[in-house]
Design a protein around this ligand. Structure first.
Ligand code: GLV
Length: 323
């Protein structure tokens, strides 16, 4: 009976799919991220045919070595795979897969939730009300910013970026400007969108900038102090992709000194740590990497991660291999 190691408690939907396929599932008994040496120890103790891992697991050559030649696949339950050393996996002839598609709507929804929340000052207003500071309607109280008919800048027009653009255009009649390494004239026609051949063009034009690029060496600190200065003073920055794409210290400085008006972040440079300067500011909303965290979507992610394993172990090509 093939054996699968799951690095942390995940929705039953994923575990059940594996057990129904006839696999023996061993689960990290503790509901926490395993330290590298702990994961190595567990993988060396038993021979596993597959590992279902999470974005909080750093999967490098030492881990693949510990898993040994019997292990065919590391299935990452995430769309992002910057936690995986793909070169090392290739060298060790281990397949790596991810879970794209099933979380697109949910992450786009969370992105829009952040965008609306920062523009309408929802967290500030909630704190204000709870603190007993609401003593009656005031004409100048907690004034925010409109979203409808403003310009949304999308950096990275993949599945999630496109879906955010859809909500912006169809729901809020926003103008869309985007940057991507690949231009899509179909997208431009469908959404009346404008292509910018560089990131700078988007930053200068947009009232809201939303980041949707994967983390790679080329995208690390894509948004730095210099680029923040190109944004409008009235603009907002939203990030639901990966934290290191923004220089967090530079962002805190820009928010403090009014270079931009606000930001909403679901991801951080050195998770789970958050730049302490950001914690002091009220023109930033911070959520703890939960953009895909709905019951429905986490079930689907767990099932898809399990399916990639089943396909690999049955000798077929998993649908979401990453190369
Ligand atoms: C979440 O961040 C993911 O990559 O799925």
């Amino acid at each position: 009976m093939p054996k699968v190691f799951v690095t942390r408690i995940i929705p039953d939907a994923g575990i059940n799919k594996l057990t129904r396929a006839g696999y023996e599932v061993h689960l990290n008994p503790e509901d926490r991220v395993l330290q590298k040496d702990e994961l190595i120890g567990l993988l060396e103790k038993e021979r596993y045919d597959a590992v279902l891992a999470l974005l909080t697991d750093k999967l490098d050559k030492d881990i693949f070595k510990a898993a040994g030649p019997q292990c065919k696949i590391f299935s990452n339950m995430a769309v992002g795979f910057d936690n995986v050393d793909l070169d090392a996996a290739k060298e060790m002839q281990i397949m790596v897969s991810n879970t794209p598609g099933v979380l697109t709507d949910t992450v786009a929804e969370h992105t829009f939730a952040l965008l609306l929340a920062i523009a309408h000052r929802i967290s500030e207003a909630d704190n204000f009300t709870r603190a007993g500071k609401y003593h009656g309607w005031e004409p100048m109280m907690l004034l925010g910013s409109d979203v409808s008919k403003k310009t949304l800048g999308i950096i990275g027009l993949g599945r999630i970026g496109s879906r955010v653009a859809y909500h912006a255009r169809k729901g809020f009649d926003m103008n869309v400007i985007y940057y991507d390494v690949k231009r899509s004239e179909d997208f431009e026609r469908e959404f009346g969108a404008t292509f910018s051949s560089d990131v700078e063009g988007v930053l200068k034009a947009a009232d809201f900038v939303s980041i949707h690029v994967p983390l790679m060496e080329q995208t690390r600190h894509l948004i730095n102090a210099e680029r923040l200065k190109l944004m409008k003073k009235s603009a907002y920055l939203i990030n639901t992709s990966r934290g290191p794409i923004i220089d967090e210290k530079a962002l805190a400085g820009a928010l403090k000194s009014g270079i931009i008006r606000g930001a909403a972040l679901d991801v951080f440079e050195a998770e789970p740590k958050v730049e302490p300067e950001l914690l002091k500011l009220n023109n930033v909303i911070l959520t703890p990497h939960i953009a895909s965290a709905t019951e429905e979507t986490r079930d689907k992610m767990a099932e898809l991660a399990a399916f990639n394993i089943i396909e690999a172990l049955e000798g077929r090509t998993p649908p979401n291999l990453v190369k």
